[in-house]
Design a protein around this ligand. Structure first.
Ligand SMILES: [Cu+2]
Length: 390
């Protein structure tokens, strides 16, 4: 396939680039990132991060800050693509692509949390570099909204991201969103990376109070007290992660396509905050603690061998006398984890050829950011991410 061939070429180039030590070319993306990295010498490993980006809850942003974030996001959805992603019209499509093409390698695997930390940085970098955004990326503090889910400020049609999808197939939601700044947005790339017909497709939502209850404090407490990275990652992925994706539903519940809905980034910034809170409880040890497989191997291996997450769709929640699970979310719900779209990626990750995630695992964003490694993003306040949650 043409797109696959392009991907292979891009990956091969990026791999060579990584192996070459990426210190030379002065106009390289790596150098650009180095300049952005808090004052370090270009091309050299950055050790310090002096001015951390301040990541706040959406509710704690001023009205002007919210407006700024929304208009910068809209800017990404209208600025022409420039990273060579096949079929992408805008920068938003390119960001979408980075997630779709790697879906089978970034969910229910060891790289789940580090990849998404890096992906958030790619998003923040595009906002700043291409759309002159001067703020920092906010998170959706979902635990505060469990009992008042539909009234969350994130769904405000004027100051937030708009509300539920239109009724579909006798269900209250599931169709296209009808209000807010993204009601007219059309996404271009499908789950198999073809270009959608007829000018693209809408963001859909299908809100469920029951599925959103995965964000309950008791679930967060369980995840934060998990003794190992593996247990923590499994817990986060199965509960609070499900909450934002399946509670909002529609596009957000599609494992491949979910970043098409701008709420994705507020949701994953919150998950990243939770991971950082867990890391901070024993920081010296947890700055290097990584484990898990690189690709999901069904069926899940027996407990205790340190690899494998819960099979997707097995989580069940009970909330206000309702029982719900992600696989029964109603109309408009999307794909599961997806098939590996390009096996070139498996070789590319660089964990020594095995199926165990290591600190040397390469993180890839099709040139939006230079490649990084898991080891380089383990420290939120390190040279690559340089942020803090406030
Ligand atoms: Cu994801």
């Amino acid at each position: 396939m043409h797109g696959t061939a392009n991907l292979r070429i891009a990956l091969a180039a990026l791999l060579l680039y990584t192996l070459a030590g990426v210190s030379a070319a002065s106009s390289s993306p790596k150098t650009q990132l180095s300049r952005r990295r808090c004052g370090g010498k270009s091309g050299s490993p950055i050790k310090n991060c002096a001015r951390k980006s301040q990541r706040k809850a959406w509710d704690d942003l001023t009205p002007d800050q919210r407006k700024d974030y929304i208009s910068s996001t809209l800017c990404l959805t209208t600025t022409p693509a420039k990273h060579g992603v096949p079929g992408a019209k805008t920068l938003w499509d390119e960001l979408h692509y980075v997630h779709i093409v790697q879906s089978a390698y970034i969910h229910f695997v060891g790289a789940f949390l580090p990849f998404h930390r890096y992906f958030l940085l790619a998003h923040e970098t595009l906002l700043r570099r291409e759309c002159n955004y001067r703020g920092h990326i906010p998170y959706w503090n979902e635990v505060n909204d469990v009992f008042t889910f539909r009234n969350s400020s994130v769904f405000d049609p004027m100051t937030g991201f708009g509300g539920d999808g239109a009724p579909l197939a006798g269900h209250p939601g599931g169709g296209c969103i009808t209000d807010g700044p993204f009601a007219d947005l059309r996404l271009q790339l499908t789950a198999n990376l073809t270009v959608a017909p007829d000018g693209g497709y809408c963001i859909s939502r299908n809100m469920s109070d029951c599925l959103f209850s995965g964000a309950l404090q008791e679930n967060l407490d369980a995840c934060l007290s998990a003794p190992t990275f593996e247990a923590h990652r499994n817990c986060l992925e199965a509960k609070p992660h499900i909450a934002g994706h399946w509670g909002v539903g529609g596009t957000m519940s599609d494992t491949l396509l979910s970043p098409g809905d701008p709420l994705f980034f507020l949701h994953h910034t919150w998950l990243d905050k939770l991971w950082w809170e867990w890391q901070s409880r024993n920081l010296s040890a947890r700055l290097t603690e990584i484990s898990g497989p690189n690709i999901v191997v069904p069926p899940a291996p027996p407990p205790g061998n340190g690899t494998g997450g819960p099979p997707p769709g097995k989580t069940t929640f009970t909330f206000r006398n309702e029982t719900c699970s992600p696989s029964g979310g109603g109309p408009g719900q999307g794909h599961g984890i997806g098939e590996p779209l390009d096996t070139a990626l498996t070789d590319f990750f660089g964990d020594g050829g095995g199926n165990v995630t290591t600190l040397g695992h390469v993180l890839f964003s099709h040139g939006i950011l230079p490649n990084s490694t898991i080891g380089e993003v383990m420290d939120l306040g390190g040279g690559v991410v340089c942020a803090e949650y406030v």
